[in-house]
Design a protein around this ligand. Structure first.
Ligand SMILES: Cc1cc2nc3c(=O)[nH]c(=O)nc-3n(C[C@H](O)[C@H](O)[C@H](O)COP(=O)(O)OP(=O)(O)OC[C@H]3O[C@@H](n4cnc5c(N)ncnc54)[C@H](O)[C@@H]3O)c2cc1C
Length: 392
């Protein structure tokens, strides 16, 4: 059992532990440190105490030999037999991490009638694919998938587990990390390996105003979710050889039964679009969005938006770009009446050309735009549409 105690005779009330505690869980009462109920037993205070006045014991499981955990796992997300691109993006990045760690990359594939996808995963960088091809895994269910993944991780002990930050991944990864009592960094925008061989997980913090580098030194596996389009997949190499391991387990019963799948993807997917026309509050009204939609249609692109339009119910959440929405990487991004707040820009990945239309010449979006049009978006959109139609 983990535990923490202040050794009163040794404590000099220097407050070093207060400064070291990330949770504000230490108070000084009568010149002695007191641990409050906010303590999470992270042990940061014990490391900071020069007087050995903090008696800290880690959980036995935490301090157990971490070296038995080996290899990097990527959860391969698929839907109706089609791999999500984030899986190949993660595999591409993982090749780089695995060469630094001198370890192997394993992809875990769940579903029904999906074994053929294992070759795709090997072509994209997996050394081994653990396949659970079972009828009871046909539909994603966070409890069933979470229990199955937790059991596999406990058995195989990978040191790193990466999951795409899709809606499914965002529900699966926390299930696994809380079951295994390990850390999870959500929505990472960068991954690297430090000198000690730990996974450094980079993600925006404090509303996107700074980038935090997070490590998980005491628990395994080290877990992270990564947004689609953050990493580039490798060119698939279909001659690459890898191992396919078929695993069969007793079916896991879920509490929720899926009765019917309803496809709610409206229009072209943002992740696949080469051109995105994105609307912001400057569009003025829900009715005016049709102008941006028409521009997207004539260009063969997809329609997206900033968050306020989603909050006002003018656009569905599935179309939101930004820190709390989707990350997109089209060739051309046309921002119509979008100010360019940092949380919106966080969703713009590797974009060749950004075109901004804004009536305010000082709008921050112009700092990142390749081309800027200072104009009323409601006036300029019909002109653009007519010009483009005239060229088709
Ligand atoms: C934790 C957190 C997460 C967030 N996540 C996201 C996110 O995922 N995505 C996101 O987008 N935002 C997000 N936000 C909100 C973000 O901070 C901004 O408030 C938001 O991006 C602003 O949206 P906007 O540019 O459409 O609106 P505004 O900032 O109001 O900008 C409207 C722009 O339109 C221009 N304009 C007005 N009228 C016209 C006109 N007639 N013609 C041309 N231009 C015109 C204005 O000059 C202005 O620049 C988040 C905020 C927080 C705190």
């Amino acid at each position: 059992m983990a535990g923490i105690n202040i050794i009163k005779d040794k404590c000099v009330g220097c407050k070093a532990c207060m400064g070291a505690c990330p949770f504000g869980a230490i108070e000084i009462v009568g010149k002695k440190a007191v641990i409050t109920e906010k303590c999470t037993l992270c042990g940061a205070c014990a490391e900071s105490c020069k007087f050995d006045a903090i008696d800290f014991k880690r959980d036995e499981r935490e301090s157990s030999d971490l070296s038995q955990y080996k290899g990097i796992w990527v959860f391969a997300e698929q839907r109706y037999g089609k791999l999500k691109t984030v899986s190949s993006e993660l595999l591409g990045k993982t090749r780089e991490l695995s060469s630094l760690l001198k370890t192997q990359v394993t992809s875990v594939l769940f579903g029904h009638n999906i074994e053929f996808l294992a070759h795709e995963l090997i072509a994209h960088g997996a050394d081994e694919v653990l396949v659970m091809d079972e009828e009871w895994l046909n539909d994603f269910n966070d409890y069933i998938y979470g229990e199955a993944m937790t059991a596999l991780i406990s058995e195989y002990k990978p040191e790193i587990v990466l999951v795409g930050a899709t809606s499914k991944g965002r529900s699966l990864a926390p299930y696994i990390s809380s079951s295994l009592k390990t850390g999870l960094t959500a929505d990472c925008t960068g991954l690297s390996i430090d000198e000690g061989g730990l996974l450094v997980q980079t993600r925006p913090a404090f509303g996107g105003n700074l980038m935090a580098e997070i490590i998980c030194p005491n628990n395994r596996p080290q877990m992270a979710t990564v947004r689609p389009k953050v990493f580039k997949p490798l060119e698939p190499d279909y001659k690459r050889r890898g191992k396919i391991t078929r695993i069969h387990k007793k079916p896991i019963e879920g509490f929720v039964k899926l009765l019917k799948n309803i496809d709610n993807s409206e229009g072209q997917s943002l992740s696949d679009a080469e051109i995105i026309v994105s609307v912001g509050r400057g569009i003025g009204s829900a009715g005016n969005i049709r102008l941006a939609k028409e521009l997207a249609d004539v260009l063969g692109g997809a329609l997206a938006s900033s968050r306020p339009l989603v909050d006002m119910g003018w656009m569905p959440y599935s179309r939101q770009v930004g820190q709390t929405g989707k990350t997109v990487a089209p060739k051309i991004y046309i921002a119509c009446g979008i100010s360019g707040a940092i949380q919106h820009l966080a969703g713009l990945a590797d974009i060749d050309t950004i075109i901004a239309i804004n009536q305010d010449p000082d709008a921050p979006i112009f700092k990142v735009a390749n081309y800027g049009i200072v104009a009323d978006v409601k006036e300029i959109l019909p002109v653009l549409i007519e010009k483009i139609k005239g060229r088709l």
